[in-house]
Design a protein around this ligand. Structure first.
Ligand code: FMN
Length: 275
């Protein structure tokens, strides 16, 4: 038996649920009907065999059923609550001058470790600037990188140079919206096991937006840093260590300075094309 998949023979009821749910057929039923890990190289460590076992007979990577959350009776949002959340969530571009509770942020980031990733690769890095002081250090490094930037006679693009001057002078913060913090989610483009690096990053931040707003934080996608990576990648490399090829996206967060008493009324959110 392979080390990471262990079976409590006495507890196994040989129902075959784990074998049927194994995405890449790493498990097969043995002569007595109990699961056998016949193709460990196919296993993507999704732990479905562990999660689906009705008697908790599977131990995976040393994790026992008794350590996991039992799903029966767990408090979950209703369909109506999720629908309301989707309508009520907003991109906040006016943040209050206040830090967020580090315990809340920690809870959100810990939950975020459970996001799905393509082929369960989970090769994500969460680079977090958790408060205003930390984000200010990033902004300083970023502005310093802009000031030190030399590229022959080529000038920095206007969309970057003009707001940067304003930011340095303590004026409007068009880049970071005076947010309290920023989360950069990045993937590893050098890891051959990562099949969907860009999708993993965006999906993770969509979950972050949901978790953060459910915890009373405001958020805003920060696409500006993507433009920087595309147009002047050395700036981001200097300020945050993000290479020109690193798949990443950023999200600002903080307390909202505004309240929206109603949802928006879009004509249509998407074309629904039943076939
Ligand atoms: C992938 C992605 C990137 C985005 N980038 C930015 C951005 O760079 N700046 C920004 O202010 N909003 C950004 N947004 C937020 C959208 O502009 C926003 O969803 C839209 O304006 C509708 O507002 P709402 O989110 O409040 O419904 C982004 C959203 C997504 C999904």
């Amino acid at each position: 038996m392979n080390e990471f998949f262990r079976l409590d023979d006495a507890a196994c009821v040989k129902c075959g649920a784990c074998v049927r749910d194994c995405a890449f057929k790493a498990l097969a039923r043995g002569a007595d009907g109990a699961p056998v890990l016949t193709h460990p190289e196919r296993c993507m460590r999704c732990q479905h065999c562990f999660a689906i076992c009705p008697t908790g007979a599977v131990t995976f990577d040393g994790r026992r059923a008794s350590d996991a959350r039992a799903t029966a009776g767990l408090e979950l949002p209703s369909a109506a609550a999720v629908d309301n959340w989707l309508h009520v969530r907003r991109s906040t571009r006016q943040f209050a001058a206040a830090d967020v509770d580090p315990a809340v942020l920690d809870r959100v980031l810990t939950s975020l470790g459970s996001v799905p990733t393509g082929c369960n690769a989970r090769a994500l890095t969460f680079t977090c600037y958790p408060n205003r002081a930390s984000l200010a250090r990033f902004k300083d490094a970023f502005i310093r990188a802009i000031e030190e930037h030399r590229d022959g006679a080529k000038l920095l693009p206007r969309w970057l140079a003009v707001p940067a001057i304003r930011l340095r002078r303590g004026g409007d913060d068009l880049f970071f919206r005076n947010a309290a913090g920023m989360l950069i989610v990045s993937s590893d483009e050098t890891n051959p096991a990562v099949t969907t690096p860009h999708e993993d990053v965006i999906a993770t931040l969509a979950y972050f937006e949901m978790l953060a707003q459910a915890n009373g934080l405001a958020t805003c996608w920060c696409g500006f840093l993507k433009l920087v990576q595309k147009e002047v990648p050395e700036l981001l490399e200097k300020a945050a260590g993000i290479r020109r090829t690193t798949p990443f996206y950023a999200m600002l967060f903080g307390k909202s300075a505004v309240r929206y008493p109603r949802t928006v009324q879009r004509d249509s959110y998407a074309v629904i094309d039943y076939r």
